[in-house]
Design a binder for this molecule. Structure first.
Ligand code: URP
Ligand code: ZN
Ligand code: ZN
Ligand code: ZN
Length: 488
């Protein structure tokens, strides 16, 4: 099976250049101008298009059991929708229930993901602590290619990890060469504010952002950054939505601390007003955590992306239909949290980023693919167009326009938070492991064709951190004898 892509402009994170790309058996075999087509190779003319590494969405939740229901998008439909949008890999989350063995949960999720059409990998959440968690973290890193562990500082009474859990888990991750990732919101404050609002009779979706104001995120971001700093552990903060957490990350990086940050396409473009919609269903459809923020926060997120404070973009793709959202009809705290985006992230980010002059095409590649590949240690297998890399590509047509709508999406959910948004620039073709899986509007995704991506431990920055920690000048005082002091 081979494909030759001709006449396109290759766009990597570091530079753009004109070259043809030849792929065979799932890999990129040649990147050179003027390649001749080998016998039997499928040929694609990419004239006028950019050829970029396929998107990596490092934050999705396919078929997640959550808040008393299960996300409507499964690994088949979700990865198919991803491919239709130019994303060729997802990193999803294994979330063990408190008390459940990490390995048990991991194998459950692996079974669910067998039907994926695009490549996938897993972060594993640490939601509780005992010796078995310590042990399973080691097994997951060594035998199963997990190199990141997730911690939820919110969702009290369910999957919340308190400071005690963080303090056990972070050093364990470091010794294994795995990166701790964190959902930063103060779960105690959320719980208090939810009860307070409900007592005041605020039961609708407008209670959601009021119970999770920006400072609730900022406090947790600051706290977890300090905890990680004291422990000497790099961390990755998921779905930053607020100026407060951007400031905390900025300050930490200025001090030399290894803190990475992600933001979601949704938070870049949607503001808090959606929760005050008179239509309960529309307001509830936007309930996700952290919530959408007042306008000033969106511009700060764009600045943090172009300024290098945040390194990755994701979607937190977690779909619940109207009937599922209705579980919180009388109580906003029971509305299942999550919104969709895996199909739209690339186009939305291109349109509002590159077309609006906020990002270069190379920065776009870094933010949608290469940086995630580097942080999660699968670079240069993923995240770059070069000989030897996986043939995960998107042929991007800057002229292509689409009005985003639930009517034309592949995502298995009855709502789209970008409904009615006209975007210019989109995937003409998506190629997954050397196979054309999306071509000019036609999805040819194959159930089960996606492969599990083993992510090795110890990206270079983890080794550097360990070395730095070894030089930490802890002090001991030499004493001649330890006898009880005598007074004369
Ligand atoms: O609302 C969200 N984000 N749902 C998924 C779980 C999480 O917090 O990432
Ligand atoms: Zn989260
Ligand atoms: Zn999430
Ligand atoms: Zn004496």
């Amino acid at each position: 099976m081979s494909v030759l892509i001709r006449n396109g402009t290759v766009v990597n994170a570091d530079r753009s250049f004109n070259a043809d790309i030849y792929c065979e058996d799932g890999r990129i075999v040649a990147v050179e101008p003027g390649l001749a087509a080998p016998l039997g190779a499928e040929q694609i003319d990419a004239s006028g298009c950019l050829v970029m590494p396929g998107g990596i969405d490092p934050h999705t939740h396919m078929q997640l059991p959550f808040m008393g229901t299960v996300a409507s998008e499964d690994f088949y439909s979700g990865t198919a929708a991803a491919l239709a949008g130019g994303t060729t890999m997802i990193i999803d989350f294994v979330i063990p229930s408190p008390g459940e063995r990490l390995l048990t949960a991991y194998h459950k999720w692996r079974d669910w993901a067998e039907k994926s059409c695009a490549d996938y990998s897993f972060h594993v959440a640490v939601t509780w602590w005992d010796d078995s968690v310590y042990e399973d973290m080691g097994t997951l890193v060594r035998d199963w290619g997990v190199n990141s562990f997730k911690h939820f500082m919110a969702y009290k009474g369910a999957i919340m990890a308190d400071d005690g859990v963080l303090t056990q888990s972070f050093p364990r991750a470091l010794e294994l060469g795995a990166l701790p990732t964190v959902h930063a919101e103060n779960g105690e404050l959320v719980d208090y504010l939810q009860k307070l609002l409900l007592k005041k009779g605020i039961v609708g979706p407008e209670g959601h952002p009021q119970s999770r104001p920006p400072k609730v995120e900022g406090e947790a971001a600051q706290r977890v950054i300090q905890i990680a700093g004291i422990l000497g552990v790099p961390i990755y903060l998921v779905h930053n939505s607020a100026i407060e957490s951007i400031d905390a990350i900025t300050e930490a990086r200025r001090r030399g601390q290894r803190v990475f940050g992600e933001c979601l396409a949704q938070h870049l473009l949607i503001d808090e007003s959606v929760y005050f919609d008179k239509d309960w269903g529309r307001a509830a459809a936007h309930v996700m955590s952290p919530p959408f923020r007042p306008r000033a926060h969106q511009e700060a997120l764009w600045e943090a992306l172009s300024g290098g404070i945040l390194q990755t973009t994701a979607t937190d793709h977690c779909c619940f239909c109207g009937d599922q959202k209705a579980m919180g009809q009388d109580n906003f705290a029971r509305i299942p949290n999550g919104t969709a985006g895996v199909e739209d992230r690339m186009a939305v980010l291109w349109h509002h980023g590159v077309n609006m002059g906020r990002l270069t095409a190379n920065e776009f590649v870094a933010l949608t693919s290469s940086n995630a590949a580097k942080i999660f240690n699968i670079y240069p297998r993923k995240g770059v167009i070069q000989v030897g890399s996986d043939a995960d590509l998107v042929i991007w047509d800057p002229q292509l326009t689409r009005v985003i709508s639930v009517e034309n999406q592949h995502q298995q959910v009855d709502f789209n938070v970008f409904e009615g948004m006209r975007v210019s620039g989109g995937p003409a073709y998506t190629i997954s492991r050397g196979k054309v899986v999306y071509a000019q509007g036609t999805l040819q995704a194959q159930r089960g064709a996606g492969e599990y991506v083993f992510r090795p431990a110890f990206p270079a920055f983890m080794r550097a951190q360990q070395e730095q920690n070894r030089r930490q000048p802890y002090q001991a005082v030499e004493r001649g004898h330890t006898g009880i002091r005598e007074w004369h």
